[in-house]
Each structure stands twice: as structure tokens, then as C-alpha cells.
Design a protein around this ligand. Structure first.
Ligand code: ZN
Length: 470
């Protein structure tokens, strides 16, 4: 009688046998009898239409039946028939015993099952950013068995990250986030592949990097990269799983899904630079990226499995303070410059220019003064007013000697407390807000102005480490 060899992942459906002997004249007859004897096996071999599944290859002895007579291939009593699950690339897509056990809570759900778990294993997902949103995304997608996960990041782990970026630990401070994240992911699941893209995503490299992946997940925190990721996803026809966080509020949706809207349909243009503060300036509840990142991970897995209703055309709004979730309808804009009916953007543009921001590390301006120079002038007894433009709750964390607190937002109504005859040195945490204060004072007629470059952070680094950084 011909013998059918059963591959490891399918043995659970044939009473754990590694081979079954069945009588029959053709391959089709044998497989039909086999799945008649073991009904649970049928859906793993055949689609609902009764067609042999595309990832299942059948061999008679050492020949693929696609090069013989397919299912009509005749078999002799001495023949051995092999069932070989495969993927297009030829690599085996079967699950090992360890993987079957690992994913058992997925495999026993009909919505995932063996087909779904193999889809996850063959899926390629790119995470932009290994920070707040990237942490839960990377951990859960690794645990779920997404076979190939790319990370784009060029940052190193900083102590201020640890309050929310749970993929990194205290001993990782100073390491590349890519290395720290990849290590944590492979510790959770050594069966996956982690691609490390150590770079800032740019118009020059984005299409090249994104092209290899099925789903793109946006975990960035700045507008130029958001527009860049959006446009690249639309141009490449890849879904963009979007999430954003600020203080106690988060948003999530899926952009660039066929027929659905893109980020530009929602926000055709970025806000003026400086209007919307970043998490570094405005703060963020450490738990918030956990929730939004997990929503993104869920949507990513749903897209891969093709189950449920994707978060397309709906913007999820989460407010942690009121613990309320709302949903807004999003529509594709036929006039959208990138995904509309007559797109005007057909290639990637200069996103820093588009968003009106210059890349970080701009050189010093004529108004800047370095922290050690301020210290020298303090020690010398020079006359100047040190104005701290931070918020009162930041003033409680730390302050510089003899500074006067006038929060940036209060400056217009309190400007009369300052004297144009006196020299004013403004400072904040990092130097961004104080630069705005200088700009405002200059327009108000002040001329003897200086901006403490790098703010409290620079003071702590270069003058007095007893002043804590935050
Ligand atoms: Zn659009």
C-alpha cells in the first residue's frame, strides 16, 4: 500500500502518526481518503472550495506532483507520498514542536489556527521607532510569532526613557535602543528574525527600507517622519498602523489601507512648528504608550490574519483621565494630494521643509550664551536678571540660583516686570522655550538679551551636577 508521510505540524490531526498507509490509484484519491479518515486534517490540506492549499506541496517519492500529473498523478503500492508545507520562497513554513506548544493558545482558536499562525510566521512588519509605542509593539509582536520584525531607530537608551519604554531596562542605559530591543524580543521568542535599521528614516532611504515589509507601524514622535511614513506607505501600497500619544491622550487608526484614508486626508498640513509640543516638552503618562501601542499591535495582527474589522476610516481617541474611548469617522479625501483621485505628490519630498522645522542640532545663535559663561558672570557679580520661563511644577523640581520664574505663557502680561535697561538671561529646561521667550522680548523692544543654551540640562552637565536633569 502507498505510504503517506505526515509532517510534524499535521501529526496532531492523525493521532500523532508520522505516516499513514492508504490504498488508492491517484494522489487525489489518497488525499481524499486520508482526510476522510481524519476529518480535522481536511481544512489544513484543502481550502473551502476543495482546492489543495497553496502552501501545501505534495511529492510522490522525490518528485513534486506539480511537475507530474498534479492530483491525478498515479501512485504505485511501493510509492511514498510526502506532504510538505512550504512558502513561496521555498523556506519551510512548518512550525516546530516547540512553536506548536508556544503558540497553543493561538492554535486552538479557529480564527487563528495553524493557517493563521503560519501567516504570522511568514509576516514581515516594520516598526518605526523603538521607543514608547515601539516597546509594547515589539514585545507583543515578537511574542505573537510575527516571523520577521524590522526596527528603525538610531537613538541610545536614556534614563528618561525608562518611565514608559518598557522594552529597555536600567542596565541598558547608554546602549543602542536597537540592540536593547532586539535582545529583549529574541529572549521572548528566539524563533523570530529581528532586522536592525540603525538610521533616521529619510526621503532618501524610506522606500528602500519599507519595501521589504507587509505592514508598517508608525511609532514616531515628530511631524516630518509622520508625513514621510504616510506618503511612503501610500506610494508603496502598504498599510500604515498609526498611533500617537501626548500627556493623557492617545490616537490610533490604520491609514493607507485600500480604499481608506491616509494621514494627509486627516491633516493635509502640519501645524506650525512649536504649536504642538512633543512628549519631551509636554510630558506623557508612562502607561499611555502601553495602551496605544497595544492597539496598534492588535490591528497589525488582525491585518496579517485578515480577521475582524480593521481600524480603517475610524480614528480611535483615548482619554486616560476620563477613561473614555471615542471614535471619529475618517474618510478618504478625493482631493488628497497623495492618495486622492489626482495625486500631486508622486515621490517623497523634503519633510523637514514641509513641516517648517530644521533638523536637530542647529548651531548656536547670536543670542546664545553657554552655561559655564553664565556661571563665570554670576561669580564675578555681573548685573543681570536670570529669567526662568518654565512652569511652576518644573521650578519645584530644580532651579538655578537667583532665578526669577516667569512662565513663557505669562510673559506677555508680565513683561512690564522686566526692564529694557537691564541685561536678561532667559533659560528653561533645554533651551527651546527660552529661545521663544528671547524672540518675544526682542519684538517687545528688549535688546540686552541672552539665551542660556541647553538650559538646565546644560547647567547640570557643565556647571553643577547637583542640579537634577529631568
Ligand atoms: Zn490621503
Amino acid at each position: 500500500m502507498p505510504k503517506i508521510l505526515i509532517p510534524t505540524p499535521l501529526r496532531q490531526y492523525v493521532e500523532k502518526q508520522d505516516s499513514v498507509e492508504i490504498d488508492g490509484a491517484t494522489v487525489g484519491e489518497l488525499l481524499d481518503k486520508l482526510s476522510g479518515a481524519y476529518p480535522d486534517l481536511r481544512r489544513h490540506l484543502f481550502s473551502d472550495e476543495g482546492k489543495l492549499r497553496s502552501f501545501v506541496n505534495i511529492y510522490v517519492n522525490d518528485e513534486d506532483i506539480r511537475y507530474l500529473g498534479r492530483e491525478a498523478t498515479a501512485v504505485q503500492p511501493a510509492d511514498t507520498i510526502s506532504i510538505v508545507p512550504s512558502v513561496a520562497g521555498g523556506a519551510s513554513a512548518a512550525l516546530s514542536h516547540e512553536e506548536i506548544l508556544r503558540y497553543s493558545r493561538h492554535l486552538i482558536m479557529p480564527e487563528v489556527g495553524m493557517d493563521g499562525q503560519l501567516k504570522l510566521k511568514q509576516a514581515k512588519v516594520l516598526l518605526i521607532g523603538a521607543g514608547g509605542l515601539g516597546s509594547p509593539l515589539a514585545l507583543y509582536l515578537a511574542a505573537a510569532g510575527v516571523g520577521r520584525i524590522g526596527l528603525v531607530d538610531f537613538d541610545v537608551v536614556d534614563v528618561t526613557n525608562l518611565q514608559r519604554q518598557i522594552i529597555h531596562g536600567t542596565s541598558d542605559v547608554g546602549r543602542k535602543k536597537l540592540d536593547s530591543a532586539a535582545e529583549a524580543m529574541l529572549e521572548i521568542n528566539p524563533n523570530i528574525q529581528v532586522d536592525r535599521h540603525e538610521t533616521a528614516l529619510s526621503s532618501e532611504n524610506a522606500l528602500h527600507i519599507l519595501r521589504d515589509y507587509d505592514v508598517i507601524v508608525d511609532g514616531t514622535d515628530n511631524f516630518p517622519t509622520r508625513y514621510l511614513v504616510n506618503d511612503a506607505c501610500v506610494l508603496l501600497g502598504k498599510p500604515n498602523v498609526y498611533g500617537s500619544i501626548f500627556r493623557f491622550e492617545g490616537q490610533a487608526t490604520v491609514f493607507a489601507y485600500p480604499g481608506g484614508p491616509c494621514y494627509r486626508c486627516l491633516y493635509a498640513e502640519p501645524p506650525p512648528p512649536g504649536l504642538v509640543p512633543s512628549c519631551a516638552e509636554g510630558g506623557v503618562l508612562g502607561i499611555l504608550p502601553g495602551l496605544i501601542g497595544t492597539v496598534q499591535a492588535t490591528e497589525t495582527v488582525k491585518l496579517i490574519l485578515g480577521i475582524g474589522q480593521p481600524l480603517v476610516g475610524r480614528l480611535l481617541l483615548y482619554d486616560a483621565l476620563s477613561m473614555r474611548i471615542r471614535e471619529l469617522k475618517l474618510r478618504r479625501d478625493p482631493e488628497c494630494p497623495v492618495c486622492g483621485d489626482h495625486p500631486t505628490i508622486r515621490e517623497l519630498i523634503d519633510y523637514h521643509q514641509f513641516c517648517g522645522v530644521t533638523p536637530e542640532e542647529a548651531g548656536p545663535t547670536e543670542w546664545d550664551i553657554e552655561a559655564p559663561d553664565v556661571k563665570t558672570r554670576m561669580d564675578r557679580g555681573d548685573r543681570f536678571v536670570l529669567v526662568d520661563v518654565r512652569e511652576p511644577h518644573e521650578y519645584q523640581i530644580c532651579r538655578l540660583p537667583n532665578s526669577r520664574l516667569i512662565p513663557l505663557g505669562d510673559l506677555p502680561k508680565r513683561v512690564n516686570e522686566l526692564d529694557t535697561a537691564e541685561e536678561i538671561i532667559a533659560h528653561c529646561r533645554s533651551g527651546v522655550r527660552s529661545a521663544k521667550a528671547i524672540d518675544f522680548l526682542r519684538k517687545a523692544g528688549f535688546r540686552k538679551l541672552r539665551n542660556l543654551r541647553g538650559g538646565i540640562l546644560a547647567w547640570s552637565d557643565k556647571v553643577d551636577p547637583r542640579v537634577p536633569k529631568y
